[in-house]
Design a protein around this ligand. Structure first.
Ligand SMILES: O=P(O)(O)OC[C@H](O)CO
Length: 890
């Protein structure tokens, strides 16, 4: 099958003509107006560092006048409709603030005060907080560490064939492992310094004001965090990870609000000379990168030291920050969560050492990434390790560049205790036996009987999607609604998850849920013990997985879409062959409306024409080509039109795709439904534009197919949080196609005799007639094109499985050969999208094949070998599987 190439200009279709989005989306909903208070409102006596008037300065630093700033509301999934006592009218009314604008208590008439406003600002901030020192001895003597040490010693004595009662050998080993525990702790622990935070805070003002046009954050969100910090409960900040700069941003924001800095989990790859020391002084503590790996799991001493350190720090009153995705996203869309540090926190809560914590999902987004790009790694080359000189070179390189705007969004804080209490009743009725102190007979709190897939109108998520945000009721009064599918998946061993998913692809009647999707990422899925050595129950696993999924889902939802994301998306998926500035401007207007109705913030404001020009400039000539069209009047730039064209050649297109991908999660469900619809229609919709081909669509069949495709893309997207029904989301998306006019009600048909029906099927199912209009085709085209590169990658990876027939191949070789194959097809023009060769979708396809029990793997001499399972180890079976994957490509 070749990729469908749609030339919309030839068809006379224009994205901008479109009535978009369909009216049904959150109809009647209004965006909370924080409006013009944003950059000018909340600051009492602000001035620009160079003494210009504020308005003039804003005009010079913003791409457009701030006529309609994005709302910057607090987003929460399980907490939508919950207040936590942190939100009130004040927080919802505050607007966006540019952190680079500072104010002091003096008027701006003094030259020195104006010139040195950052110095005065930083001097006036309170940074001297009580950062208690946690003595090493307290951690090393902790029961958890001593128990781990005894276990390690016993194992070593046994390994060496020594007598377990031999005191001399025992004390020699005790001293060896105690020294190691001290070393591990010293390498790990942070050394928060108030002075360093103040100095770095000032330096960051200077650096960021040179590199960035603004660093924007919503005043209400800051206010909520400030209120949360006044409580006795530790705060756990969990940002999505895009850049190394993320490490600095949260601490810097808190410094500006005079909130104590958190300790921040950093990968030990960042423990490099000077920068490692700096990071440690700013609160960084270093952990091994792959906590989930077998090697790290086996190092029980390391695990016990880490867990004890984090637990003691939380007990001592430190706030914590960690990146739940592990590394930075290479694709531009969030990675599925890792459970490592989250399970430490859940452990600490469940064994009673931590009474509660407030969890704050965070999203940070940049017009342009300061770290460069991930082209190299996506092309299959290995990552260049961090080093001192590498960091220095990178800093020198970025200093002379403009990176546009940056935006930080804090999600709504939610209580760990309330989350656990609400979730406990929904998982299998097993006890959390993490602690001996915990009463085993503890009643299951918040026990909500598992419900059948929740009608959209009553699920917490849907409620939040269709209602204004404030005021929000208390969390405790809103029990989480967990659907049946979750309980099923938990009550079965992980191997059965394979069956669930396998069924989904072939007969996807079971609901795929977010918990299943994170299975392979958390705890290594098949282990029966937690990352930190405790025997875990299914309930515990469920808890960590659903908490992780909630955090990532919430963080993604609060992420603001930057101008470069929007323009890269339009150029990648709507105007891949290029278009005029005027058309792109109208398309951006439509996209902005669509984002607004989906309650998504944008990190830009003002006229779309200016936003397009700003984004095109930032994306640069390597990603977007711009030229003035012939006949434009050069003299009057107002009238001048330009031709704007994306560079779709490899490798540049990979970077463009990175920026476009921030919008993928926003439209993922719709894209899945649209992509599922096309193969169910016998005819080519585009040739029936504005006509009515004689074909009917069965709603249930469409949903089943969409569920199958959702299952296939389970490693790409978190489509719904664990408390919501994916099924309902898909139904909502089908409704939107009806509202759009693409589907017209054709009544119910008797499906008793249809070949797919089984005895339990509904007798009648809803059918729709397909009526493609110009505008609906435009939307369908964009959504299907959005998934096309990914589906091509999955299909080509499935084809590559042929190289595994009767043999084993190292996974690196398998991926490399698949990439080469895709690159060759792109070169020949058989495949349209160069980004299909990125390593991420290929890896995810392999993960999916493993989930489907098509492929298995084992590690030998540190090499991971892939092979086909017995069931698929033949050309014929494999071909059938490949055609099944192919059938999802439109
Ligand atoms: O994206 P990576 O893999 O370079 O990792 C970034 C992490 O912040 C390292 O701690």
């Amino acid at each position: 099958m070749t990729t469908q190439v749609m030339k919309r200009e030839d068809l006379g279709i224009s994205w901008a003509q479109l009535e978009y989005p369909p009216k049904s989306y959150n109809s009647g909903m209004t965006i909370p107006t924080t409006a013009n208070t944003s950059l000018t409102g909340p600051l009492t006596t602000p001035w620009a560092p160079d003494g210009k008037s504020l308005a003039a300065h804003i005009a010079s630093v913003m791409p457009t006048p701030p006529e309609s700033p994005p709302p910057g509301r607090l987003v929460g999934t399980n907490t939508d409709g919950c207040n936590n006592g942190l939100i009130d009218d004040t927080t919802t009314k505050l607007g966006l603030q540019n952190l680079l604008r500072v104010s002091t208590s003096n008027a701006d008439r003094y030259y020195l005060t104006r010139k040195c406003c950052y110095v005065f600002h930083c001097m006036n901030l309170r940074t001297r907080f009580n950062y208690p020192v946690i003595p090493n001895s307290m951690i090393i003597r902790d029961e958890r560490v001593t128990t781990a040490m005894e276990q390690v010693i016993a194992e070593e004595l046994e390994e060496k064939g020594l007598d377990a009662n031999d005191k001399k050998s025992y004390s020699a080993l005790l001293s060896k492992h105690t020294t190691r525990a001290h070393r591990l702790l010293n390498e790990m622990k942070s050394a928060l310094s108030s002075i360093l935070i103040r100095i770095t805070g000032y330096v960051l003002f200077k650096v960021f004001s040179n590199l960035l046009m603004s660093v924007t954050i919503h005043g209400g969100q800051q206010e909520v965090i400030e209120r949360a910090a006044q409580r006795d409960t530790p705060i756990i900040f969990v940002p999505l990870h895009r850049s190394h700069v993320d490490y600095l941003f949260v601490t810097w924001v808190l410094f500006n609000r005079q909130i104590p800095a958190p300790i921040v989990a950093a990968g030990d790859n960042l423990r490099i000379p000077v920068f490692g020391w700096l990071l440690r002084g700013l609160g960084g503590f270093f952990i091994k990168r792959r906590l989930e790996s077998c090697k790290a799991r086996k190092d029980i001493l390391y695990r016990s030291v880490l867990q004890t350190y984090v637990t003691h720090a939380l007990q001592a009153g430190y706030n914590l920050e960690f990146f739940i995705e592990g590394g930075r996203t290479r694709t531009g869309k969030p990675c599925l969560p890792k459970g490592g540090l989250l399970s430490v926190i859940v452990d600490a809560y469940s064994n009673g050492t931590l009474d509660d914590a407030l969890i704050v999902p965070i999203a940070i987004n940049y017009d342009r990434l300061l770290d460069g790009n991930f082209i190299r790694e996506q092309m299959g080359q290995s990552k260049v390790p961090e080093s001192f000189w590498g960091a220095v070179r990178a800093i020198i390189k970025v200093l002379s560049t403009n990176y546009g705007h940056a935006r930080i969004d804090f999600g709504q804080p939610f209580s760990l205790r309330e989350f656990v209490q609400n979730t406990k009743g929904c998982a299998p009725r097993l006890t959390l036996n993490q602690s001996q102190n915990q009463p085993q007979s503890e009643p299951i709190l918040g026990c909500t009987p598992p419900l059948s897939p929740t009608p959209l109108s009553v699920s917490p998520t849907s409620a939040s999607d269709s209602q204004p945000l404030a005021p929000l009721p208390q969390i405790a009064s809103t029990p989480l609604v967990i659907e049946k599918g979750h309980q099923r998946s938990l009550s079965s061993p992980s191997s059965k998850d394979h069956l669930t998913l396998k069924r989904t692809l072939s007969n996807p009647s079971s609901t795929i849920n977010a918990v299943n999707r994170t299975t392979s990422n958390l705890h290594g899925a098949r282990s029966n013990s937690s990352l930190f050595g405790n025997e875990v129950t299914e309930e515990y696993r469920y808890l960590v997985k659903s908490l992780a999924a909630h955090i990532v889902y919430d963080a993604e939802r609060c992420q603001a879409i930057m101008s470069t994301n929007a323009i890269a998306w339009l150029l990648s998926f709507v105007y891949r062959d290029g278009t005029r500035l005027s058309t792109l401007t109208k398309a951006l207007d439509a996209l902005r409306d669509s984002l607004r109705t989906r309650k998504r913030d944008t990190g830009f404001s003002g006229s779309s024409k200016d936003v397009v020009m700003h984004a095109v400039k930032l994306l640069g000539a390597g990603l977007v080509r711009i030229e003035q069209t012939q006949g434009s009047d050069k003299a009057s730039s107002e009238e001048a039109d330009f031709l704007i064209e994306p560079i779709t050649l490899l490798p540049n297109v990979i970077e463009l795709n990175y920026y476009a991908s921030a919008l993928l999660p926003v439209f993922a469900v719709d894209a899945i439904v649209a992509t599922s619809l096309l193969p169910l229609i016998d005819c080519d919709l585009w040739s029936y534009k504005d006509c009515s081909p004689n074909c009917l669509i069965d709603r249930e069949k469409l949903i089943k197919r969409a569920l199958g495709l959702s299952g296939m893309l389970q490693h790409e997207f978190l489509l719904a949080p664990p408390c919501a029904s994916l099924d309902a989301k898909l139904h909502q998306s089908v409704d939107s196609l009806v509202d759009m006019g693409l589907l017209q009600d054709a009544g119910k048909v008797d499906n008793r005799w249809s070949e797919d029906s089984d005895e339990d099927d509904l007798t009648f199912s809803q059918c729709y007639k397909v009526v493609p209009s110009t505008s609906s085709l435009e939307v369908i085209g964009a959504w299907t094109t959005m998934l096309a590169p990914m589906l091509d990658a999955y299909y080509c990876t499935a084809c590559s499985l042929r190289m595994l027939v009767t043999r084993q191949v190292p996974d690196k070789e398998f991926i490399q050969k698949t990439q080469n194959h895709i690159a060759a097809l792109v070169e020949k023009g058989t495949l349209r999208y160069g980004e299909s060769m990125c390593v991420d979708p290929i890896r995810n396809a392999v993960k999916f094949f493993e989930t489907e029990a098509v492929v298995e793997s084992y590690t030998h001499d540190s090499v991971r070998l892939l092979y086909l399972t017995q069931e698929y180890d033949s050309e014929e079976r494999l071909s059938r599987f490949i055609s099944e994957i192919d059938s999802y490509r439109s």
